[in-house]
Design a protein around this ligand. Structure first.
Ligand code: MG
Length: 247
């Protein structure tokens, strides 16, 4: 099965940077206490490359001791296939920038994100920790995906379905997202655009097993890819500050 396939050598450094979009599905925006209306522009944030883990590499999602509320967000990832200098991409020419697609989880420290929002501070601590960007092992070729807005994303936790929705619900679609991101920053080969999560986000804890799938709604719901990640709690000693560790 694709989930155990080796990572594509074409994108050995998948996720040089991860350009992420918040509240890109109306029902998720509502569950987060926001508005279902499409804003004037996408709300964009970044995750670092150090957050990336790939399915099949044996690594788990690690809940840091400092994170009390860890949430899953299943998303479609768009892999940038060629360098896109800032300002050079028009939405009508988006397909030439796409190197492929991946299944992605935008793991979120909801407690840190909520605290940052309340303080009017950046969300970085809600999104940036190691292992907070699990990606599928395989990069689906652009030709394998007839329409990135006719895919079904789903996610279960310990066998119970939490999220299932069509990517047709995106408020900003892939061409607009790529063009917007490239209007702000140059995109590099291997960068990944995370296109936002549909509704149904919720908590996981140490021992939880998350299973995500991507299906092609333009082809009878055929399975395109799937992946599984286990959640582990960070050991106490790993979280101790250096001074405490020496004591
Ligand atoms: Mg997200």
């Amino acid at each position: 099965m694709a989930a155990s396939a080796a990572p594509s050598p074409r994108f050995a450094r998948l996720g040089g940077k991860l350009v992420c979009v918040a509240k890109n599905y109306a029902a998720h925006a509502l569950e987060m206490g926001g508005s279902a209306a499409r804003p004037a522009a996408p709300s964009v944030f970044l995750k670092p490359h150090s957050a990336v883990i790939r399915s099949g590499d044996g690594r788990a999602v690690v809940r840091p001791r400092a994170v009390r509320e860890l949430h899953h967000e299943v998303e479609l990832g768009v892999v940038v296939g060629r360098a896109v200098p800032r300002g050079s991409l028009r939405a009508f020419d988006w397909l030439g920038a796409v190197g492929g697609y991946v299944l992605a989880l935008d793991m979120t420290a909801r407690d840190h994100q909520a605290a940052a929002k309340a303080a009017g501070a950046p969300w970085t601590l809600g999104k940036c920790w190691d292992s907070f960007a699990p990606l599928s092992a395989r990069v689906l070729a652009p030709r394998a995906v007839f329409d990135p807005h006719a895919l079904e994303l789903s996610l279960s936790v310990d066998g119970a379905e939490r999220q299932r929705a069509s990517t047709g619900g995106m408020l900003f679609r892939v061409p607009e997202l790529l063009a917007f991101a490239a209007s702000v920053m140059s995109l590099e080969r291997g960068d990944v655009l995370l296109t936002g999560t549909p509704e149904g986000v919720g908590p996981v804890r140490g021992g939880s097993v998350m299973r995500a799938a991507l299906r092609d709604l333009a082809n009878g719901g055929a399975l395109l890819d799937e992946m599984e990640f286990r959640v582990e709690d960070e050991p106490e000693e790993a979280a101790a500050p250096p001074s405490a560790a020496r004591a």
